[in-house]
Design a protein around this ligand. Structure first.
Ligand SMILES: Nc1ncnc2c1ncn2[C@@H]1O[C@H](COP(=O)(O)OP(=O)(O)OP(=O)(O)O)[C@@H](O)[C@H]1O
Ligand SMILES: [Mg+2]
Length: 246
C-alpha cells in the first residue's frame, strides 16, 4: 500500500528540485491524477484511442507493427498541473500468455519513448506487477521503487516483485517503507527485505490521510512526510549520480 502516494510525492519533490517530470499512471484503476491534486478533468486513457491504435499498430487480423510513432500521441494526451505532466495509460484487455494485443504494444512503445527518448524524469505508478514494462524500458529504468509496509504480506509481495524485476533485467530495486510507526516497524522491514536497500521510510500520517480525502495527497503538510520524501530523493540522486542539469 502506498504506491500511488509515493509516486505523487516523488513527482512533486522532483519538480520542486527543477526536474522536468512526466508522471504515468499505469495502474488499470487509475488514481494518480487525484493524488497529484489535478482538478477532476476527464482524462483520456492512452489505451482508449482505439482508432489511433488500429492505425499505428494494426492488429485487426493483420500484422502488428511493433515500433509505431507515438510522440504526437503523447503530446496530445499529456495534461499538466503544478508543473507535472501526466499521462493515464488505462486498462489493457488481458489476452492469453505472451499477448501482443495492440493496446499493450502501444503502451509499451509509449513507455519506451518516454523512458528512452525524452530527457525527463519519468515516474511510473505501476500496479503491483511489472506487466506493462517491456524489456527495453525495464533495462533503461534507473530504478524500481518497491513500496513496502511493515507487514508480512507486503514483504512477500516485495520478494515477488524483486524476482519479476530480475527476470526482465531491471537490476536496481530499492525499497521505500510506508506507514512506519516507529523503530520496531523499521527494524522489521529492514530485517525482511534481504538485500534490497531500504532507502527511505514514510511515516503513517494522519495529515496524509486528510490530504488524500481532499483529493491532493501531494499537497500534504507534515514535516515527517516531507523529511521522508526529501530523504528519498536525496538517496536516489546519490545512488543514480543525478542532479538536475538546468
Ligand atoms: N504513509 C501513509 N499514511 C497515511 N495514509 C497513507 C499512507 N500511505 C498511503 N496511505 C493511504 O492509504 C491508501 C492507499 O494508498 P495508495 O493509493 O497510495 O496505495 P496503492 O499502493 O497505490 O494502492 P492500489 O493498489 O489501490 O493502487 C490511500 O487512502 C492513502 O491515502
Ligand atoms: Mg495505486
Amino acid at each position: 500500500m502506498g504506491k500511488t502516494t509515493v509516486a505523487a510525492l516523488l513527482a512533486a519533490e522532483l519538480t520542486h528540485r527543477g526536474y522536468r517530470v512526466t508522471a504515468i499512471d499505469a495502474d488499470p484503476n487509475p488514481n494518480l491524477a487525484r493524488a497529484l491534486g489535478f482538478p477532476p478533468l476527464p482524462l483520456t486513457p492512452l489505451v482508449e484511442l482505439r482508432e489511433e491504435i488500429e492505425q499505428r499498430v494494426g492488429g485487426g487480423g493483420g500484422f502488428i507493427r511493433l515500433n509505431p510513432r507515438v510522440d504526437d500521441l503523447v503530446e496530445r494526451l499529456m495534461v499538466s498541473h503544478r508543473g507535472i505532466q501526466l499521462i493515464v495509460a488505462g486498462a489493457v484487455a488481458r489476452g492469453g500468455g505472451g499477448c501482443a494485443c495492440p493496446q499493450s504494444v502501444l503502451l509499451r512503445r509509449v513507455l519506451d519513448h518516454l523512458v528512452l527518448e525524452r530527457d525527463e524524469a519519468v515516474v511510473i505508478d505501476l500496479e503491483a506487477g511489472l506487466e506493462h514494462l517491456g524489456r527495453r524500458s525495464a533495462q533503461a529504468a534507473d530504478a524500481l521503487l518497491v513500496v513496502v509496509d511493515p507487514s508480512r504480506g507486503s514483504l512477500e509481495t516485495a520478494g515477488r516483485i524483486r524476482r519479476l524485476a530480475a527476470e526482465i533485467g531491471l537490476v536496481r530495486v530499492l525499497a521505500v517503507g510506508n506507514r512506519i510507526r516507529g523503530e520496531a516497524d523499521e527494524a522489521y522491514l529492514a530485517g525482511g527485505l534481504a538485500d534490497t536497500p531500504l532507502i527511505a521510510s514514510m511515516p503513517d500520517s494522519d495529515a496524509l490521510r486528510d490530504a488524500e480525502r481532499r483529493g491532493d495527497a501531494a499537497a500534504v503538510v507534515d514535516p515527517a512526510v516531507t523529511a521522508a520524501v526529501v530523504r528519498l530523493v536525496d538517496e536516489l540522486e546519490a545512488r543514480l549520480e543525478r542532479r538536475v542539469s538546468a
